[in-house]
Unconditional design. Structure first.
Ligand code: ZN
Length: 175
């Protein structure tokens, strides 16, 4: 398989063409910049190889515990991490879920220590949807779409490179 370093290099090389493509499609500098930034993030830190002990995984530093269950649960190079359709989708939902859990735990602990009483399930869900609304109105739908598109594209480049390398290896085996 291509090494982490090769994947990084291809991600970096893809940024200029990605910028051109995003600009052609959106004609908006801010949206294009977001797509490029998300492609970079998707390639370096939010990519398919979070399913194994990889550069992407170790780049999360002390926060890499977030991805530990993901790493254990999904087999390396399975369709749930490397698939063009499911890879990014699963990661976005997984990451949002983990962040939600951490926030809810924070709200719970805060209520416990500040008010001396544990909050109910409804209160916690209300806190979470308030946070969600806040993020959505602060970031905007267009920007969120640009980020998801960039994350998907960054991961897609990774998967395509993996697939190309496999094909090249098989061809070499034939000869
Ligand atoms: Zn991979």
């Amino acid at each position: 398989m291509p090494s982490g370093r090769t994947h990084d290099l291809v991600t970096l090389l893809s940024l200029a063409p990605t910028a051109v493509l995003a600009w052609t499609l959106t004609r908006d500098p801010a949206t294009s910049a977001l797509v490029v930034a998300a492609t970079l993030f998707g390639g370096l830190m939010f990519g398919p190889d979070l399913d194994t002990a990889s550069r992407q995984y170790s780049r999360w530093g002390p926060l890499r515990f977030i991805w530990w269950p993901y790493r254990v649960f999904f087999a390396h190079r399975s369709r749930w991490s490397h698939g063009l359709l499911f890879g990014t989708l699963v990661r976005v939902f997984y990451f949002t879920g983990i962040v939600a859990l951490l926030l809810i735990a924070g709200v719970y602990l805060r209520a416990l220590f500040v008010h001396g009483a544990a909050p109910g399930m409804t209160e916690m869900l209300e806190a979470w949807s308030a946070i969600q609304r806040e993020i959505e109105s602060a970031v905007g739908r267009r920007a969120m779409l640009a980020v998801v598109a960039g994350l998907w594209w960054g991961a897609a480049i990774h998967t395509l490179l993996d697939v190309l390398a496999s094909i090249a290896r098989k061809l070499l085996d034939i000869f």
